[in-house]
Design a protein around this ligand. Structure first.
Ligand SMILES: [Zn+2]
Length: 155
């Protein structure tokens, strides 16, 4: 099986909430694509309920793009402690941190309908929790986000 970068991260030696540059890939044409972890909760100590995580996905999809250009994708982590983000190029980590903080502020303040919530637009439109999403965003901001360096598992 191919090696997967995130399985080499020592999840016991990180401190959430944080952003972490997980890796940079270069395409055959020479463009780079950076992958980030946007971690909201401490691994193996807490988890975001599925409905709130789904709403965070819908809100951050738009708000992150408002604050950071060339975002390719923002998707929930299966462990439900945060999101993955892929972005074209190699934006500096402080810029990504500020963009994520700004997107979380927008999310925490979101008091309108959740975008993309209909049977036409979403794969599980009944499964949302705006209050929960807002609370997770506010909690992460209150704790203070940082840039987390990668700590590899010593094998
Ligand atoms: Zn959806």
């Amino acid at each position: 099986m191919a090696n997967v970068e995130s399985f080499d991260l020592d999840h016991t030696r990180v401190t959430a909430p944080y952003i972490r540059l997980a890796g940079v890939k270069t395409t055959p044409r020479g463009d780079s694509i950076s992958k980030y972890d946007l971690r909201l909760l401490q691994p193996n100590q807490a988890e975001i309920e599925p409905a709130a995580l789904h709403t965070l996905e819908h809100l951050l999809a738009g708000y992150l793009r408002d604050h950071l250009s060339d975002v390719v994708d923002v998707s929930p982590m299966g462990c439900r402690t945060g999101m993955y983000m892929a972005v074209i190029g190699e934006p500096d980590e402080q810029g990504v941190l500020r963009a994520f903080e700004a997107a979380l502020r927008d999310t925490a303040a979101h008091d309108r309908p959740i975008p993309g919530v209909s049977e036409l637009e979403c794969g599980n439109y009944r499964n949302h929790d705006l209050q929960g999403a807002r609370q997770h965003a506010a909690d992460a901001l209150a704790q203070g986000l940082k840039v987390q360096q990668t700590v590899l598992i010593e094998r």
